[in-house]
Write a protein that binds this ligand. Structure first.
Ligand SMILES: Nc1ncnc2c1ncn2[C@@H]1O[C@H](COP(=O)(O)OP(=O)(O)OP(=O)(O)O)[C@@H](O)[C@H]1O
Ligand SMILES: [Mg+2]
Length: 424
């Protein structure tokens, strides 16, 4: 049976899981998972190799113990504001050879599709960046648009419109260094938002048009699908940590206690609070702190969440597809666990009474586990999604080919290795 391991490198926690893939359904059956407080990671990026390696190593060892088997490779999520997404296009001639003028149309082969996808790279990638995913949006044959699978069709000219995500080489080198030192090889790097989409989105959402927003601790990751294709990706360094810091400043307590207050007494909206309560909060090292009512706290949390969601909405509006469609919205990530979060999401996204219920909180589906209850939570969207992505790489086709990204990881590792050889 095929086994997949996933590692979600988050700003607040490292999550790792192992699953066996059911041969018939392609569904991950989670055998074990571990969640440890993160160290050496800020805003989705590694800032301390030694500290991050130690947590990843501990996660690996804990997982190995729980499943009584070795873990030596895994799919890893990647996030941070070094990642950029742009729309691009490529065009090639597919006429029969040796014909003059317009030429005779020829059958489009898999090789032509690979070639046209390769042409999308022509936008001039700087030497410090590499491609993470290339998402075909649609193919155009002799001016006819909207083609999803061009292989076998006839034409003189093949074009592709695509979305391309790129990353900074140094950021990924830091991840690979940690992984190498923790004794795990990387099976594939997956954009955080893409993994979360695998985790929580339903096929009908990806067809109709959906904005997925994963609000974690240090980063908010955005991805837009329409007609099963990825049209837009973005990452913002605004997320749940900001709410914790607000509580810390407001009350004069420590960051750790502010985090606890958020989890225990935090509400995303005061509309969902039943009983007013005065929260007595400890100050730093015996100092007095400012007591605060749970309702007042909720208004501050609400303001911050509205700011984050409005910013995400603004970013999403940069996507061309939002000029043409009105998508539904799916939210996940640990911050969406705040009580009343759906109320805030509606406040921001479903502004017109004519268009209610655009939003939902997404929890991972399409897997089995003896820890189903714990894992069916928006904070595990990325982790479970990584397992599903890993399962899908074996060609079981859980999603349509159009949403399947072109995996450029092998090209990257070759590139890194060649750089290393040169350095030696
Ligand atoms: N029950 C809860 N109520 C409120 N906030 C919560 C709850 N559970 C988790 N969070 C918040 O969610 C955030 C962690 O979410 P998540 O695990 O998705 O982030 P991460 O993967 O560690 O970080 P990132 O993806 O931003 O790099 C933290 O800020 C945490 O305070
Ligand atoms: Mg995360």
């Amino acid at each position: 049976m095929k086994r997949v391991t996933a590692l979600d490198i988050g700003s607040s926690s490292i999550k790792m899981a192992v699953a066996d893939i059911d041969a018939n359904s392609g569904m991950p059956m989670v055998r074990g998972f571990v969640k440890l407080p993160a160290n050496g990671i800020k805003s989705g990026m590694i800032v301390d190799i030694e500290a991050a390696t130690a947590v990843i190593y501990e996660a690996r060892k804990t997982l190995e113990k729980s499943i009584d088997a070795a873990v030596d490779n895994c799919f890893v999520s990647i996030s941070g504001d070094h990642i950029t997404g742009i729309n691009t296009s490529g065009r090639i001639n597919t006429s029969k050879e040796h014909t003059i003028g317009l030429g005779e149309p020829d059958k489009i082969t898999t090789e032509s599709v690979t070639r046209v996808l390769d042409h999308t790279r022509g936008y001039g990638l700087s030497s410090d960046r590499e491609i993470l995913h290339l998402f075909p949006i649609e193919y155009v044959i002799d001016g006819r648009s909207g083609i999803t699978r061009p292989e076998g069709m006839s034409g003189r000219r093949l074009e592709v419109k695509a979305h391309l995500t790129t990353y900074e080489l140094t950021a990924v080198e830091n991840i690979t260094t940690c992984m190498e030192q923790a004794g795990i090889s990387v099976s594939g790097l997956v954009l955080h938002s893409l993994a979360s989409a695998y985790g929580v989105l339903e096929p009908e959402e990806k067809k109709r048009g959906v904005i997925l927003i994963d609000i974690g601790a240090g980063v908010t990751d955005i991805i837009i699908f329409q007609n099963n294709a990825v049209h837009y990706t973005a990452t913002m360094t605004m997320a749940g940590e900001m709410v914790t810091h607000d509580i810390h400043y407001l009350t004069g307590t420590t960051i750790e206690k502010a985090e606890k207050i958020k989890l225990e007494y935090g509400y995303a909206s005061d509309e969902v609070i039943k009983d007013t309560e005065l929260l007595k909060i400890e100050g730093i090292a015996g100092r007095k702190s400012t007591p605060i009512q749970n309702r007042e706290l909720a208004t501050y949390i609400n303001a911050r969440l509205v700011e984050i969601l409005t910013e995400a909405q603004k970013k999403a509006r940069n996507s061309e597809i939002l000029q043409k469609i009105e998508p539904v919205v799916c939210l996940c990530g640990g911050t969406s666990l705040l009580r009343g979060f759906d109320t805030v999401a509606d406040q921001v996204f479903s502004t017109s009474p004519l268009k209610p219920n655009l939003t939902r909180i997404g929890v991972p589906t399409g897997f089995t586990s003896s820890h189903m209850k714990e894992l069916t939570s928006p904070e595990y969207a990325c982790l479970i999604g990584l397992l599903k992505f890993g399962a899908d790489q074996k060609g079981k086709g859980m999603i349509s080919t159009l949403t399947q990204s072109v995996d450029l990881w092998s090209k990257f590792t070759k590139f890194i290795n060649s750089r290393r050889i040169k350095k030696k």
